[in-house]
Every structure is written in C-alpha cells, then in structure tokens.
Design a protein around this ligand. Sequence first.
Ligand code: DHB
Ligand code: MG
Length: 225
Amino acid sequence: MADNPDETWTSVDEYFERRLSLSDVVLDAALDDSNAAGLPAINVTPAQGRLLALLIRVMGARRVLEIGTLGGYSTIWMARELPDDGMLVTLEISASNASVAQRNIERAGLAGRTTILVAPASESLNRLMADRTAPFDFVFIDADKEHSVEYFEAALALTRTGSVIIVDNVVRKGAIIDASTSDSMVLGMQRLMERLAHERRVSATAIQTVGSKGYDGFILAVVTA
Ligand code: DHB
Ligand code: MG
C-alpha cells in the first residue's frame, strides 16, 4: 500500500480494472482521443462507468439522458446497454468537446442510438420539455455543478415514476459540508442538497467514493411521484 491514500485508491481501481475487464480498445481510444484533444480528465472512472451501465441494465432502461457529454466516455458505457431501439440524448455546451465525443461514439458503433445536443444544457432541457419528449428512464447529471438544482428539476420534469437520476461529484473531497466555502461548484451542490431535503418526489441517497479520481461521491435518486 502506498503512503499517500490517493495512490492506494488509484492502485485498487487499476486492480479492479484488470480483474473485472473494465476497459477495452474502444473505451481506451475514447480516453486517448479526449486527452489528445486537451479535454480535462474528469470523466468517470472505468468502475463508475460499469456501475452506470449495470444500473441501466438492471432497470431495463431504454431512454437515457446525460447532462454533460465531455468526450463521450460515460456516454459509451451507457449507450452500450441500450436495446437497438433505445436512445441516449447527451447535452454538451462545447462544440469542440461534442466533436471529440461524436467521433468516439461513432467508433463505438453507437451513433445510431446516441444524439448529442450542442448548446447550454438549460437551453436543450427547455427544448426537450417544450417538445414533450417521451420520459427518460435514467438520467446522469455530470455537467457544471453551479446549475445542479436546475438540472435536477429538469430531470424530474423529463422522467416518470420509477426513473433513476444520478448526480456526479456531490462530495468534492468533503467540501460539501464546508459552510464557509466560496467554491461555486460546491455551493451548487449544497443548493442541490438543500433542495433534496425538501423534495418529496424522490427517494434519494448519497454515496461517498474514492478511486483514481480521488475522493468524491454521487447522488442516486429514484422518482417516486
Ligand atoms: C471534476 C470532476 C468531475 O467528475 C466533474 O464532472 C467535474 C469536475 C473535478 O475533479 O474538477
Ligand atoms: Mg463528474
């Protein structure tokens, strides 16, 4: 074990990646091309990608909404689980990120069931609501943390009873409980937690995680009404 706990977390993640076959050439290529294009390495870990995939599988989700595409790494994990007539809509503010993601998704053979909407997520969400798009079964929120409440509200409007909503990055190395923080990302997540404290339409939990991306965590919510 390394002296630095972060190094141990990374080594254990790598151990699980080998034992559980959490990577393949298509996923590796997506990360390689994301790095080459200068995207920040803030994608989910392989183990987290598999968790998203397994949740989609166990619930039989056919329609998935992702808020925050980045290079499409989590997108590939999730879209792979969908049936041929399933569909994943992913929202990305950056046209250059979206073009990296589109290539990665095409190489994965998933372009037929994946649509990237390039615009600020709030605009795309408003459009999906205005279009009265069919409810999504599963929503993964992993975009700018400042708008977490807004994205969660939109996710509620775009889902049905029984849908699952995951929100990434709720712990931020423990900063979520820092009442004097001025970090806008943390403040955004604190506002979401305050919202959840009064939100009757979901049953939610929050799970702390460690791994190759450090110490963070996610919210898992099931829509109950
Ligand atoms: C960071 C990590 C994330 O998973 C994310 O979605 C955004 C930012 C970060 O470590 O800064
Ligand atoms: Mg994230």
